[in-house]
Design a protein around this ligand. Sequence first.
Ligand code: 6PG
Length: 255
Amino acid sequence: MGKSKRSRKVMLETSTEEANALACDLIKSIICDSVGERKVCYLALAGGTTPHSMYQQLAASCASSDVPWDEVEVFFGDERDVPQDHVESNYRMAQRTLLDHVPIQPSRVHPMPADSDDLPAAAAEYERIIRRIIASPSDRTPVFDLILLGMGGDGHVASLFPGTEALNEREKLVTVYFVPVLGRNRMTFTLPLINAARNVLLLITGGDKAEAVVGLLGGEPEAAQRLPVAHVAPEGQFFIILDAAAARRAGLKPK
Ligand code: 6PG
């Protein structure tokens, strides 16, 4: 398991709203620090349902603060094989809950083309876009300032599902593959890209994640290895924010 355990910070709040608020504060502070230090913030958004209310809270709290959204480059950590205006699209969800409500430059938002006719070419092109925008020496993995992740009840993160080859990818930064448990294609960041990040924030809320949280936060090491989330081990800081419902079986209680 990952070397980042030393810089892993687990934070527990009672309610989903409080967990969201903590996530919002952290996101705003990382954006401000990144822009302050490097004049830009490279941010990858998560999809699924968990971030929906958090993005709404983030947009609302940004209305009265000076978050430099115009210096943020927004990417997506994974995407479903649907058009951008489809109800299942992560891009559409992020746009409606967050991106439409903050002063971000549209040219700095980079949706994943996960409904392309040529998915492998589209994934390779998305990787090229990341490499072009996040300048780094050609032999180095681009470093995101912040990658947001959620976790499925089976321990998947981004679209890295248990037992799939995508988890073993070491060359490509973005891959696309058929996910048997969904019967659908997914495009996703791979572990090398996620683990190169300066900050990763994993937000887990809701009781349906409680079992996977046990594995993540101290279950049997062998069983934990089967959880994709257990392979998230960023070079930088790894923040895990939970609400009480998600943490209840792991024996954690809010202060
Ligand atoms: C997606 C994701 C995925 C998500 C988890 C949790 O596109 O679905 O990005 O990794 O974060 O599946 O999903 P929920 O938040 O819906 O529980």
